[in-house]
Design a protein around this ligand. Structure first.
Ligand code: TRP
Length: 464
């Protein structure tokens, strides 16, 4: 029999590792820029609704599936669907998850690599020089994206770091990293929020974020908000399921799930407050919204005393936040190979890491370095151009919501009321009204919301 499954050291260990997975480039890079593209307000509201109605219940469901089955994303469905309607067909949900993890990690590492370049530039003083002339910074950034060798180099370094952590396993690698990095990241964001409150653009930023204008909402942007709520919470592909499989039976799943969702949302909103205050204060013209984190923020850092230190520290923390997310993506793929093919952890992380690295090169050179790969546009929106844009669009807007929908249906309709209740109350105690509330959300509300959005996008196709 295989040796006992590894476990987090405790309640806090799980929460920090899972929050580390959730909090990443999705919060600091992607959410601010898609909020900007979708004109704030109404988009933020839809996103918050998606987190509450869909995100929280599915987070609970995923962790439940993992802890109950003690398996990886595919194995969990093999164990839990046995003898039930659908049977082995449910394994498809696990495969979809592993494939989505593979895809997301391949391009996520490329963006994460940019932060490494920025740390180096902050330390060397180069960033400071560029940041005094915003146009110079923008043109530097454009050149950087278009330089295939550099893109590949940083992508490789970041992938190497990810493999390095996952190689050492759950407790020693993943948990230890998250325990140190997450609190520091939070502290520096608090400092920046306090600073942004003192800037003249703060009020406008708050209005932009929290005053909804529903005329601007399209079905496409609703799908994007929904897809992003899956992406930012690491849901819909078995990452939280895999992390849940290492959770102790005596810890509370509902409490952990709510805490993780709350922390993730808080950090995403803080990132927006910081960046929009700055954009509105200095009257920035945002030409390429996906580079806000890399072309807008440095300009402000160097207006502050100690810009070098702040910017170096900031990009260091962004890279750590990204690392605690990439390790969860690789863990999904590796734990699948470990459990299902019987591979040793080392072999699994090295082999899968190498395959993802190779696939990611396509994204790395599709940002301007390679004309054909940059111009592919199967979807037809400006933001979906290139291999990178296409993969991000497909993974976040389609694979994750579909995966999440199937996870909700499985938990709500295939597992029985008592099976779920027993797992959720283990380590938590009687849930009272919260149990029927969750059961309602996972059975009806979450699938209906996700299903309705998917169907309306397919029928309307107006997102083009
Ligand atoms: N949630 C992370 C972020 O916001 C990215 C991420 C990590 C992820 N693991 C995931 C996304 C699993 C989807 C599924 O940056």
């Amino acid at each position: 029999m295989a040796k006992q499954r590894a476990q987090w050291s405790g309640h806090l260990g799980f929460i920090l590792a899972a929050a580390g997975s959730a909090i990443g480039l999705g919060n600091l890079w992607k959410f601010p820029y898609i909020t900007f593209e979708n004109n704030g307000g109404a988009f933020v509201l839809v996103y918050l609704a998606a987190i509450t109605v869909v995100g929280v219940p599915i987070m609970v469901a995923e962790v439940l599936l993992g802890r109950k089955s003690q398996r990886n994303a595919v194995g969990a469905f093999r164990v839990l669907a046995q003898g039930k309607p659908g049977g082995r067909a449910w394994l498809g949900v696990g495969f979809l998850g592993v494939m989505t993890g593979f895809i997301i990690l391949s391009y996520y590492c490329v963006i994460a690599g940019w932060t490494l370049r920025y740390i180096l530039m902050a330390v060397s003083g180069e960033l400071g020089d560029l940041a005094y002339h915003p146009e110079a910074l923008e043109s530097f950034f454009g050149g950087f994206l278009g330089n295939p060798l550099e893109q590949i180099l940083y992508h490789c370094v970041f992938m190497g770091a990810t493999v390095g952590v996952v190689f050492f396993g759950v407790g020693k690698g993943i948990e230890r990293a998250a325990k140190i990095l997450m609190p520091v990241l939070f502290a520096i964001l608090v400092v920046l929020v306090v600073y942004s409150i003192s800037t003249p653009g703060f009020r406008q930023a708050m209005a932009f974020l929290f005053r909804p204008n529903f005329h601007e909402l399209t079905t496409g942007s609703v799908l994007e908000a929904l897809g992003h709520s899956f992406f930012t919470l690491s849901l819909g592909m078995g990452a939280m399921l895999t992390y849940g499989s290492y959770m102790r039976k005596r810890d509370s799943i509902p409490r952990a799930a709510v805490t993780i969702c709350a922390l993730d949302t808080l950090i995403a909103i803080m990132a927006c407050v910081i960046m929009f205050s700055i954009i509105f204060s200095f009257d920035f013209e945002v030409t390429k919204s996906s580079s806000i984190l890399f072309t807008t923020l440095p300009v402000v850092f160097f207006k502050l005393p100690g810009g070098h230190v702040i910017s170096a520290l900031f990009y260091l923390l962004v890279s750590f936040a990204a690392l605690s997310s990439t390790i969860s993506l690789l863990e999904v793929v590796s734990s699948y190979a470990i459990d299902e093919f019987g591979w040793a952890r080392r072999r699994a992380t090295l082999t899968m890491g190498a395959a993802i690295l190779a696939f990611g090169v396509l994204s790395a050179i599709s940002l301007g370095g390679h004309a054909a790969l940059s111009n592919i546009n199967l979807i037809g929106r400006p933001s979906t151009a290139g291999v990178f844009g296409t993969l991000d669009y497909l993974a976040s807007n389609w694979f994750l919501p579909v995966g999440g929908l199937l996870i909700a249906l499985f938990t709500g309709w295939i597992l029985t009321r008592d099976e779920c209740r027993q797992e959720l109350e283990e380590g938590h105690g009687p849930m009272g009204w919260a149990y029927p509330a969750w059961r309602f959300l996972i059975k009806f509300a979450a699938p209906a919301a996700v299903g309705a959005i998917i169907v309306s996008v397919i029928l309307g196709a107006e997102y083009q």
